[in-house]
Design a protein around this ligand. Structure first.
Ligand code: DGL
Length: 283
């Protein structure tokens, strides 16, 4: 079996990195939709269409499972694709392919509760004690997916989303560290002002931001833990494979990196994160 990992660009490499460590005997094909990145300022219908096209490319390359290593695609497109496209596509393809997202694993990690859990709603007003910041693209923030889903499970957690319109694009372009640091510090300052104090915990709710997680770490107070999506996704996928033994692991020999954009080497920012040279082939 090959696992496809999809993102608008290089951000999903943060998730891919952890998945390869966790499942070394699986084959992996990474697809970056760099011809269309960033997704975060696009209308919902475009995000759905682009995500579907990305999944089709990965299935056509032989993947059985696609992980949307992109909050914007997971939050805006995943449910729509699972409900309206995937069942027909699976039948047409004649094999049991599936698409998974990264928001469910992140919410499980943030709430400490399984996805099926929904809090029993009582009339009494619950004091929100735990303030959780979510840094994300504007599309993810506008969807309010984190606010809605966390509120269903933990009414003692108040979620504040901070849309960062430029950050994913800057990371994708491999902007200088000073520019990225100023952008991250500005977003942390803005959310701290809105909350009135620093958050108790934070989610880097865009996979690109993991590439500069150290800048978030420096900008946030040391006592504010970060919830890391790559780890949460690897843990959730391990649980998924326990429930789905039909997905046999592959040879571990396939590690392909495809792009819809310009093939070739990635920026020095990405290569430093990756820990070595990284070249993409044309999708
Ligand atoms: N890395 C993506 C995410 O997690 C998308 C960033 C973008 O394309 O705007 O949301």
């Amino acid at each position: 079996m090959a696992i496809g990992v999809f993102d608008s660009g290089v951000g999903g490499l943060s998730v891919h990195h952890r998945l390869v460590e966790r499942f070394p005997s699986a084959d992996f094909i990474y697809l970056a939709d760099q011809a269309n990145t960033p997704y975060g300022g696009r209308p919902g219908e475009e995000i759905v269409a682009l995500t579907r096209a990305g999944c089709e490319r990965l299935f056509a390359q032989g993947c059985d499972l696609v992980v949307l290593a992109c909050n914007t695609a997971s939050g805006i497109a995943l449910r729509r694709l699972q409900q309206t496209w995937l069942p027909h596509y699976r039948r047409a393809l004649g094999r049991p392919v599936n698409v998974l997202g990264i928001i469910v694993p992140t919410i499980e990690a943030a709430t400490g509760l399984p996805w099926e859990h929904e809090a029993e709603r009582r009339g009494d007003k619950v004091e929100k004690l735990d303030i959780l910041a979510v840094f994300s693209t504007p599309a993810t923030a506008n969807s309010r997916v984190y606010e809605i889903e966390i509120d269903k499970r933990r009414q003692d957690v108040a979620v504040f989303s901070q849309p960062c319109p430029d950050l994913a694009g800057l990371i994708e372009q491999g902007a200088p560290r000073g520019v990225l640091a100023a952008e991250v510090e500005g977003q942390v300052r803005a959310i701290t002002l809105r909350i009135g104090r620093p958050p108790d915990r934070a989610i880097l709710g865009c996979t690109h931001y993991e590439i500069v997680a150290d800048l978030f770490r420096d900008a946030l107070p040391p006592r504010t833990p970060l919830i890391h999506q790559p780890q949460a996704t690897a843990d959730a996928l391990a649980r998924y494979f326990e429930r789905h033994p039909e997905y046999a692991m592959g040879s571990g020999a396939v590690r392909r990196f495809l792009t819809t954009g310009r093939p070739g080497a990635q920026s020095s920012l990405v290569e430093a994160f990756w820990g070595g040279p990284l070249s993409f082939e044309s999708a």
